[in-house]
Ligand binder design. Structure first.
Ligand SMILES: N[C@@H](CCC(=O)N[C@@H](CS)C(=O)NCC(=O)O)C(=O)O
Length: 222
C-alpha cells in the first residue's frame, strides 16, 4: 500500500510542519515527505501549496485513498489513532485532557511569541528585544510546561507527559525559538529544551534544516 505523503514547508522556517512530522516519527508511522519552500509572510496564497492543500497551508497529510488531512493537530490525532500505544496522548483521561489543553493553547494562541520569534533554526541572534506582552507569554509557556511535567512527568523521562507526546511536538518549535533568540527560561524548562534538542528525530530535522539553501530574507532580518 502507498505510504501517506506529508507535504511540509522547508525545515528551517516551517514550525507548523515540524509538529506532525515529529508526531509521525515518534509514533513509528512510515511516510513519504515532500517539501515546498515557504515564501515571505503576507505574499498571498502560494500556488504550489494550494495545489496540494485545500487550506493553502502546510503541513498536509495525504492518505493512500487520497484523503487530505490539512491541519497540524488533526494529523497528530490521526497518528495517535494509528498507533495508540506510542503514547502521543496519555492514557489517563485527566492527563490527556490537560495535554490537549496545552496543545490547543499553542495551536490557537501565543501569537506574540510566534510573531516576535519566528522559527529560524539556522540562526542564533544576540541582543534580540521583546515586549512585556511577549515576556508574559514566555513565562506562561514556562509555567504551563513545567507545571504539567511536575504533575504528569516521570523521573525517568525528560518529556512533559512522561514520554514523547503531542505536547512535546507542539512546543518543540518554541524550544528552538528560545534557542535562536537567546530567551532565558527556568532551569526546568531549559532541561526540557535540551531533551528536545537531543531527541534523534528532532536532530534529524534540525540537521536537514541546517543544509537547506532556501532563504526568506524578511525572516532572516528579524
Ligand atoms: N493552523 C494551521 C497553520 C498552518 C500554517 O500556517 N502553515 C504555514 C507554514 S508554517 C503556511 O502554510 N503558510 C502559507 C505560506 O507560507 O504560503 C495548521 O495547524 O496546520
Amino acid at each position: 500500500m502507498a505510504l501517506p505523503i506529508l507535504t511540509i514547508g522547508n525545515k528551517n522556517y516551517s514550525s507548523w510542519s515540524m509538529r506532525p512530522w515529529l508526531a509521525l516519527k515518534w509514533a513509528g508511522i512510515a511516510f513519504e515527505e515532500r517539501i515546498i519552500p515557504l515564501g515571505p509572510r503576507g505574499m498571498g496564497p502560494n500556488p504550489d501549496i494550494l495545489a496540494v492543500s485545500p487550506s493553502g497551508t502546510v503541513p498536509v497529510l495525504e492518505l493512500a485513498d487520497g484523503t487530505k488531512i490539512w491541519d497540524t493537530l488533526s494529523i497528530c490525532e490521526w497518528a495517535h489513532e494509528q498507533a495508540p500505544d506510542a503514547g502521543l496522548w496519555p492514557k489517563d483521561a485527566i492527563a490527556r485532557a490537560l495535554a490537549r489543553s496545552a496543545t490547543c493553547e499553542m495551536h490557537s494562541g501565543f501569537a506574540a511569541v510566534r510573531q516576535t520569534f519566528p522559527m529560524n533554526l539556522k540562526r542564533v541572534k544576540a541582543g534580540h528585544e521583546w515586549s512585556d506582552a511577549v515576556q508574559y507569554q514566555v513565562e506562561r509557556i514556562d509555567h504551563l510546561l513545567c507545571g504539567l511535567k511536575a504533575g504528569f512527568g516521570t523521573s525517568d523521562s525528560p518529556f512533559i507527559m512522561g514520554r514523547r507526546s503531542i505536547v512535546d511536538a507542539f512546543y518543540a518549535p518554541v524550544a528552538t525559538r528560545f534557542r535562536t533568540y537567546q530567551v532565558p527560561v527556568s532551569t526546568g524548562l531549559q532541561a526540557w529544551c535540551e531533551a528536545i534538542f537531543q531527541d534523534p528525530d528532532f536532530t534529524a530535522w534540525d540537521q536537514a534544516a541546517q543544509l537547506e539553501t532556501w532563504t526568506i530574507a524578511e525572516t532572516d532580518a528579524v
